[in-house]
Every structure is written in structure tokens, then in C-alpha cells.
Design a protein around this ligand. Structure first.
Ligand code: SAH
Ligand code: SF4
Ligand code: F3S
Length: 474
């Protein structure tokens, strides 16, 4: 048994990052374990987790499992969890309650926990004490080890907990069963060293580790060969890409340029921390047409006092300066953001400053959250002196403001003809396809399925707050 340890997870040693290419091996004992059996994976959280689930799916399929979208039908269930806010926790434990019932009637069912909650000491203790019926727990650093963990579980027939905490490796050569045929997630870095005071990610994902540019470019070239139209470069903090290389001067602007030069039709990247956003990056984005004019630039708060308490290392003024630079240099760029309300000590005046910032920036859209205390982070020790009701009032006011500008931004697009990558059939109406513009606007279009996977010109007919309606313009 290897339990997570936050003290270890917090350490940032000076050791070189090792690139490991031979970790993933399926032991003979489990190579056919999934024959005639089905797997179900539930994914919570961010794009990083979405992509990790694609890796888990491929590993399970390598062991001959086939996929089901109904957990009642599954022989193995894995919950790939998120720890970012309390409600992410609650959803997972709610699901575990339902699975417990199923396990009572289906004795051979295997149930495992993966992802960021597996990296939390308190969660793993709770699983060990109160969820003994579960079969295995693994973390974000050792997904490659799933076959071995299953093998051990079968041999020992007890709850198998294998979670690494202090990780300085980049694992290459893992398979991936991608959800889309047209757009792909590509990890460019793992972990985060920013330690914003409210955030659990530096503990659950570990030290910042960038992948080698060659490995990333090879992956993108391979995706082009397979017919992919779009890649999204993934990291918690992509602008800091390459800062951890010891003997090499290669940064995010270099990577963006080299990925753009592969000729892939669309390049996106998330998430950008305002702190590391350089002028060179802005120039590269403006220069290459296939780098999408869309930037997610989380601000978190409009009050410099609160930003300081959050450890964000920029002020309202420096954020606005960067924001305006992007708007001026990248024509037609859409910018979205993340905002937290109710951070410990946030006064009515601080909150008003956040509203003011939203009015000034007129974001294309924003993800808004009520602050959630995360055990083990510095902010958890700050006095949380705002009532739940007040936090809800603030969230409500903020959402009204955010939605107003989202609608205004969408209204401006009515009548325009925009290229859209049509990627899915609408669940509500089988005659409708959905896709995104370069600027990440969701567009619904009445169109034949032959357009799926194609970038087509769409005339925008109507704007809603969260989406646009359009028709194909031929
Ligand atoms: N790496 C990204 C953010 C990743 S987490 C960045 O720094 O920009 C996604 C969002 O969740 C954050 O931007 C933040 O707005 C929100 N978030 C993170 N921790 C939170 C917490 N403890 N309570 C509420 N929201 C939180
Ligand atoms: Fe969390 Fe801050 Fe890192 Fe983003 S940059 S993942 S908010 S610690
Ligand atoms: Fe959640 Fe972990 Fe992503 S905490 S937001 S799944 S990095």
C-alpha cells in the first residue's frame, strides 16, 4: 500500500526531470482479463482529466475490455475524480453510494478510484476506513501502472492503494483512446508550481514537468496523419512551458510556432496564467492563422488586495494592461476568464472591483465559482468570514453581469460568416450539428451529417447567451 502524502507532494526538489519511455507494460496474467467484459469510466474535472481518461480507456482496451456508457452494465468501473471544489468531492461520493448497491448484487464487479481525489490524504483515509468494499485506488502520477495494480488486486484480493506523491517524471509512450475523431488533447506539461493559496492542484498534480518539444510535435504530426483538424495543448499553466528545462532555452512561444508550422488546421491551448504571458507569445498567436484567436485568461478577482492574498502575483492594473495588449494585437480575439467570489476576507468593495473589471473587460464568457476551502492549502487557514448567503448573492450578481456581456459579444456576430468545425450531432435534434468557431463560440447548425469533421462556413442567424444558431453558407 502506498498512500498519498501532502508534505511530500508540496516539495519541489531540484532534481532533473526524467523522461521515461518504458513504464507501460501489461503483465501476462492480466493481458486478457477484460475478454467479454465491459468498462465504464466517469470523468470529473478539467481537460487534463478528460485526457487522462482517454489514456485509462486505452489501457483497459489493451487488456481486452470493451466500453459501455451504462455503469449498471459494467464489469469494471473507474471514477476519474476532481478535487478542485467541495461539490466535486460530493458528486464522487454520491456516485460511490450508488455503485455500492450495484456491487452487492454483482460480486465480481471491480471498482476503482483515480484522479485528483486519489492524491488527497483525507480521501484515501476515508476510502480505507469506510469504503473497504472498493477494489483499487491509483493517482495522477501512475496511470501506467493500472495493469499491475489489477494483477496485485487479483492475487491478494484486497483493496489495493497505490498513490505516488512526489513525482518528477514525464512518462512517454502511453496509449490513448481519444473521444473525438476531429480534435485532440495534447499534454504539453504536467503539474503546477504556482501554489495559488486557494488551489489544490499543485498538491494533486505535483511539480511542473514539461514534455520534450520533439515528443509533442511528433504527436501532433501523427494526429494530422490520422485526420485530426484541431489540437488543444494542455497544461495547468501552459505559458510557463519550458521554464523547467535545465539545458535548453525553449519556451511556449517556440512551441506554439513549431506546432503551428506542422500545418494542423487549428491550435488551441489552455490554461494561460496571466503572469507568464509574454509579448513574444502574443506576436506568435497574431502571426499564425492556425493558432486560434481565443485565450482563456483566468483573472480570479478584480481586487489587487485579494489577488495578493490569492498569491496570483499580478495586480488588477497589470492584468488590464495584458488584456488590452491582447485585444489590440490579436484582432478579433475572444477572451474568457475564471472568477472566484467569497475568497476569505473579500469585502463588498473588493467584490465591486471584480464587477467593475467585468464591465471594463466585457469578457466573451466566464466560469464563476464560490470559493471552496481545500484542506492543506494556505487559504484554508485564513478566516472564512463571509456567509454562505452573501457568497450566493455575489455569485448571482456576477453571473448577471457576465451573461450580459456574453450575449452582447454573441449579438455582434449575427449576420457574419464564420468557419466552424462541426464535430457532433445534437442530442436534442438529430438534424442539427454542433461545433465551435475559431474563437470558441458554440454554433448549432441544421446540416447533413456529411459535414461532420469539416470546417465549414456558417452564416450566424441568431445569438443566445451561451451559443449561436446558424446555417451553412455555400
Ligand atoms: N491553472 C488554471 C486554473 C485551474 S483550476 C489557472 O491558474 O488559471 C480552474 C479554476 O477553478 C480556477 O481558475 C479557479 O477559478 C477555480 N478554483 C480553483 N480552486 C478553487 C477553490 N478552492 N474554490 C473555488 N474555485 C477554485
Ligand atoms: Fe491552481 Fe494557481 Fe496552479 Fe492554476 S496556477 S493550477 S489556480 S495553483
Ligand atoms: Fe480537478 Fe485535478 Fe483538474 S483537481 S480541475 S481534475 S487538475
Amino acid at each position: 500500500m502506498l498512500k498519498p502524502n501532502f508534505k511530500e507532494a508540496k516539495k519541489r526538489n531540484k532534481e532533473d526531470i526524467k523522461i521515461i519511455r518504458d513504464k507501460y507494460v501489461i503483465p501476462k496474467e492480466v493481458e486478457n482479463i477484460g475478454l467479454n467484459k465491459k468498462y465504464y469510466i466517469k470523468t470529473y474535472g478539467c481537460q487534463m482529466n478528460e485526457h487522462d481518461s482517454e489514456v485509462i480507456k486505452a489501457i483497459l482496451e489493451d487488456m481486452k475490455y470493451t466500453r459501455t456508457d451504462d455503469y449498471l452494465d459494467a464489469d469494471i468501473i473507474i471514477l476519474n475524480t476532481c478535487a478542485i471544489r467541495e461539490n466535486a468531492h460530493n458528486k464522487t461520493f454520491g456516485m460511490l453510494g450508488r455503485i455500492k448497491h450495484l456491487k452487492q448484487t454483482k460480486k465480481d464487479l471491480l471498482v476503482g478510484l483515480a484522479g485528483c481525489m486519489s492524491q488527497e490524504e483525507s480521501v484515501v483515509d476515508e476510502i480505507i476506513n469506510k469504503y473497504k468494499w472498493m477494489d483499487f485506488v491509483f493517482g495522477t502520477h501512475n496511470i501506467y501502472d493500472l495493469p499491475n495494480i489489477l494483477k496485485k488486486h487479483i492475487e491478494e484480493n484486497k483493496l489495493e492503494v497505490e498513490v505516488l506523491s512526489n513525482e518528477g517524471n514525464v512518462i512517454e509512450g502511453l496509449p490513448s483512446k481519444r473521444d473525438s475523431k476531429y480534435k485532440a488533447w495534447v499534454n504539453i506539461m504536467y503539474g503546477c508550481d504556482k501554489f495559488c493559496t486557494y488551489c489544490i492542484v499543485p498538491y494533486t498534480r505535483g511539480k511542473q514537468r514539461s514534455r520534450m518539444p520533439e515528443d509533442i510535435i511528433d504527436e501532433v504530426k501523427d494526429l494530422i496523419k490520422k485526420g485530426y483538424k484541431e489540437v488543444t495543448l494542455l497544461g495547468q499553466n501552459v505559458n510557463a512551458y519550458g521554464k523547467d528545462f535545465r539545458n535548453r532555452d525553449y519556451k511556449m512561444e517556440d512551441l506554439l510556432r513549431d506546432v503551428a508550422k506542422t500545418g494542423i488546421e487549428r491550435v488551441r491551448f489552455v490554461t494561460s496564467h496571466p503572469w507568464d504571458f509574454t509579448d513574444n507569445m502574443i506576436d506568435v498567436i497574431a502571426k499564425y492563422d492556425n493558432i486560434c484567436n481565443y485565450i482563456h485568461l483566468p483573472v480570479q478577482s478584480g481586487s489587487s488586495r485579494i489577488l495578493k492574498l490569492m498569491g496570483r502575483r499580478y495586480t488588477k492594473e497589470s492584468y488590464l494592461e495584458l488584456y488590452n495588449k491582447i485585444r489590440n494585437k490579436i484582432k478579433g480575439c475572444s477572451i474568457t476568464t475564471d472568477i472566484i467570489v467569497g475568497f476569505p476576507g473579500e469585502t463588498k468593495e473588493d467584490f465591486e472591483e471584480t464587477l467593475d473589471l467585468v464591465k471594463t473587460c466585457k469578457f466573451d464568457s466566464a466560469f464563476t465559482f464560490i470559493y471552496s476551502k481545500r484542506k492543506g492549502t494556505p487559504a484554508a487557514l485564513m478566516e472564512d468570514n463571509i456567509s454562505k448567503e452573501e457568497k450566493e448573492v455575489r455569485l448571482h450578481k456576477l453571473n448577471d453581469e457576465v451573461n450580459k456581456y456574453a450575449k452582447i459579444a454573441n449579438d455582434k456576430l449575427v449576420g457574419k460568416i464564420l468557419p466552424v468545425l462541426l464535430e457532433s450531432v445534437s442530442e436534442k435534434d438529430k438534424n442539427m450539428l454542433a461545433g465551435y468557431t475559431d474563437t470558441m463560440k458554440l454554433v448549432n447548425v441544421k446540416a447533413d451529417k456529411k459535414y461532420l469533421g469539416k470546417i465549414v462556413n456558417v452564416k450566424i442567424l441568431e445569438a443566445k447567451t451561451w451559443s449561436l444558431d446558424g446555417e451553412i453558407d455555400e
